[in-house]
Design a binder for this molecule. Structure first.
Ligand SMILES: NC(=O)c1ccc[n+]([C@@H]2O[C@H](COP(=O)([O-])OP(=O)(O)OC[C@H]3O[C@@H](n4cnc5c(N)ncnc54)[C@H](OP(=O)(O)O)[C@@H]3O)[C@@H](O)[C@H]2O)c1
Length: 195
């Protein structure tokens, strides 16, 4: 069971542009090479921040307000917010606020041996890292430069560096990279958090 931050990112490190648009990503299409179907099969619980949640509501669930679509995930989903947000009827959405560690314990129990997916954003993923709870970052890198927007990650992880365990170029122009974060005993914030 792993806790994975799986996301797409521009070459200069943004997961959304300043208008929270993903058009720069969607121009590459989904494609047969996407790892998403295989990835999501192994996911047992999901976490996301409120901006990401509101993006999914606006661009997916209520993109046609008169004909709402189903929540796109079957797995229980924890949405972090200090505000009161609307749930989606019929979806297993649980709201959380504050320390990610007790929420991670709940997610782990719900996932029953499957992986935990941190959808984003970068500050929420960093909070899991701070508590020694993030195992991998899986990024699909788009060859575009946005010059601003929502950052991939908001902490420094440099020494020791993450270990690149897989790089897969796609014919669409996207490249997926899987990185393992430094473990206990290898130094860095994660080891410090777990010591
Ligand atoms: N490229 C991709 O594949 C991809 C993937 C995911 C997301 N995205 C996009 O990237 C952008 C990310 O937005 P973002 O950087 O604002 O991040 P976000 O994590 O989606 O939202 C951040 C907000 O979540 C709440 N939050 C975070 N941690 C919390 C905690 N511990 N307790 C309580 N509330 C907490 C806070 O808002 P409040 O307390 O005010 O509610 C915070 O301002 C969105 O546009 C999203 O659609 C892109």
């Amino acid at each position: 069971m792993k806790t994975q931050y799986y996301t797409a990112v521009s070459l200069d490190g943004y997961i959304a542009d300043p208008d929270h648009s993903l058009d720069w990503l969607h121009q590459f299409g989904g494609g047969d090479e996407s790892s998403y179907p295989e990835f999501i099969r192994e996911v047992g619980a999901i976490a996301m921040g409120s901006t990401t949640y509101e993006w999914v509501l606006e661009h997916h669930v209520y993109s046609d307000p008169e004909h709402p679509k189903a929540w796109p995930y079957e797995q229980p989903t924890w949405v972090f917010s200090s505000r009161t947000l609307p749930p989606v009827p019929g979806a297993d959405i649980r709201f959380a606020n504050g320390d990610v560690a007790p929420v991670h314990a709940e997610m782990r129990a719900a996932a029953a041996g499957k992986n935990i997916w941190i959808v984003g954003g970068g500050e929420l993923a960093a909070q899991f890292h701070d508590r020694g709870l993030l195992d991998e970052i899986i990024v699909t890198i788009a060859p575009v430069i946005l010059s601003g927007g929502a950052p991939l990650f908001t902490r420094r992880i440099a020494t020791p560096p993450p270990r690149v365990v897989e790089v897969k170029p796609h014919s669409s122009g996207l490249t997926q990279m899987r990185l393992e974060l430094p473990k206990v005993g290898e130094g860095g914030a994660r080891a410090a958090a777990e010591s």
